[in-house]
Design a protein around this ligand. Sequence first.
Ligand code: SF4
Length: 372
Amino acid sequence: MNSNVSLYIHIPFCAAFCDYCDFYSIKTKDLNSDYIDNFLNALIADINSQIEFFAVKNIPTVYIGGGTPSVLGTKISRLFDALKKIKGFSPCEFTVEANPESVSEEFLAVCRDGGVNRLSLGVQTFNEQSRCAINRQGSHNILNERIALVKNYFPGSLCIDLITGLPYQNEKIVLEDIKRILDYEPSHISLYSLSVEANTPLKEKIKTKTVILPTKDTADSLWLSGRDALIKNSFQHYEVSNFALDGKKSLHNIRYWQMQSWLGAGPSASGTIVNEKSKTAKRFTYNPDVDAYIDSPRIKSAVCEEIDTETLLKDSLLMGFRYIEGPNASWFKDCFGISVEECIPKTLNRWKEKDRMLFLNSFLCDAFEELD
Ligand code: SF4
């Protein structure tokens, strides 16, 4: 196994729930401070034991997501202190996610002092009607004030998430959102198209017509308008939903897309350890249950899925072609003994002139059909 392994940490707490979200999280208002301390103790124990168990020598990238890591406030410094104690800990990219309404100056200072070099802020939209329709917290004024604050602490490494296809959204609103965001000079923008997940309040509201979404064609054209505006402003469309200025792509996510090993710590987190020698992998996923995690924060209590060579190869194509550069060519050849070009020559030829990132599912159908 390669001893370079990234680290994803899941913070399963949110101040309130957004109607579209299906990530595992619990509301902070139901928690007391001791509970959060117990969670952090469990998380730190888990990270240290995984590093030992998988003999990790180097952690190139760290990503703390959730949930909403910023609801931890300055308590997050305990996590940073623990990470600093890991032998040789010196990631080249260290990202923390935050929401504008819970981000504070103290939190940002602790992140900066803790080695964070990339702050990802979930904005989604400035439009109050759309925000309200999806139960997204944070007023217009709060958004402006907090984005400016984050920019002060993380100039040159501010990352913003936006969503298109929201209720009440039209092209003018999408373009206004992007214009406003660009004023804060972010280096990275994720532009997601709203997806309606099963068992979410949004799904229910659509069913009962309490919320009406734009049609699929309108939603597609909203996303395309956003994409064009970002490209016009020097952002490279480098992954299905991700755009970055030169040199500002997410190194952590590239490692996922190129099937490089990562640890997943925290309830519902998932990690994948690739074994290039056996051309197989193991995927470990913790149950979405904070209480159980606090009681037993050990990788042995995670669900372990064995990934055989055929599945690993398919996963490598599936993840790799999300990324503009495709799967990691030398890794692919070393691992599977065949190049990507030798694997799916007809598909690559058929898609030579087409933007596969826009029609990824069709591209993958062609690729998997050719493989079979
Ligand atoms: S979108 Fe983010 S803030 Fe909203 S419920 Fe999901 S994890 Fe929490």
